[in-house]
Design a protein around this ligand. Sequence first.
Ligand SMILES: Cc1ncc(COP(=O)(O)O)c(C=O)c1O
Length: 401
Amino acid sequence: MTESEKLYKRALEHIPWGTQTNAKRPIEDYAGVMPFFVESANGCRFIDVDGDEYIDYRLALGPVILGYRYPEVDQAVRAQLDKGVLFSMASPVEMELAEKICKVVPSMEMVRFGKNGVDANASNIRIARAYSRKDKIIRCGYNGYHDWFSTGVEGNGVPKVLDDYVYEVRYGDIDGIEKILKKDAVNISCVLAVPYDFNEDISGEYPRALRKLADEYGVILIFDEVLTGFRLSIGGAQEYFGVRPDLTSFAKAVANGFPLSVYGGKKKLMDKLNDFVLTATYAGEALSIAAALATLKVMQEKEVHEHIFRMGRRLMAGFREIAGRIGVDVKIGGFPVASYFLFNFASDARNKKVQVELNRELYKEHIFVYDRWFISYSHKESDIDETLEKFERALKRSLGD
Ligand SMILES: Cc1ncc(COP(=O)(O)O)c(C=O)c1O
């Protein structure tokens, strides 16, 4: 038994699924090769509890945009630690970060902080409902676990009555959203949608069409930029695609892995927060705020996005070259900062089977990826080239060569 397996067995005794974040649970298909527990990480690599080092393309599910233990961020956190973590009144770093975010994100006029993507979405929905005095919402994508999200599922603890307040639509289904708005716009406060779902359509047509529909039917547009924010560009998908939502939720990459979310947008909507209670003890926790200030500073000073796009393009070009040379039909796409490599055989069952095989072989080569290849500022050319060399061996083995 590996150390990973021993720890997992122990974790299951006291932690449901053995993990705090469901997406981090060990997967049966990868038994024996997937690292279950990480001991430490640095740059673009981590070391698991069995002492094996991996080049990481999962990046803690997206947040680690600069790299693990990025020096400027960790120094800023240490400096803040010397002053304190949480205070009895607000601290000046909150204001500094609020000003900075309103400067770099086109639609932000006022912001507040939270801890997880789900709090940011929940807060924006409360604001939209309070402002519009309408109770229903339309939502699209994964937005978190709260009651307004997890409707329509039997036995998950969400009151059934809430089903009537949430319309769920598929990503990209503009016609579906318009149909709902035509029928029920008088009761709908907002559309909460991810502006890009990390799949093939990188045109920005969907977020632009959402803006148009929201204006036409007089509903508030909320972008869930928890995953796209500070990754597609410093100003998020909204800056990249040139669309301004009314409210936005950010988390993940804003603080390079420190726990911080940001929500906000138009002042007239955010002013609603003066009228009712929406508050959290740890929202002003200063270490994460200091981390976010340092992360944004590095992004502005070091052309981080130019670098991660360039490294991503190098990786995708390598994938294309290798697949072409081996003669396997694949789909390579998405944004270079979080691309995908998928098999394109006629049978879906075969695609799934070989994809699992490929991931297994990649883990054996100590390349850690899940479904998207997230790139950080710490991935350098030599890391990409090492990855491609290992990827080629893994791909050949997964195809049975
Ligand atoms: C688009 C999107 N929204 C919301 C969330 C929820 O964020 P958190 O897990 O930080 O609550 C996630 C998490 O993966 C996400 O990808």
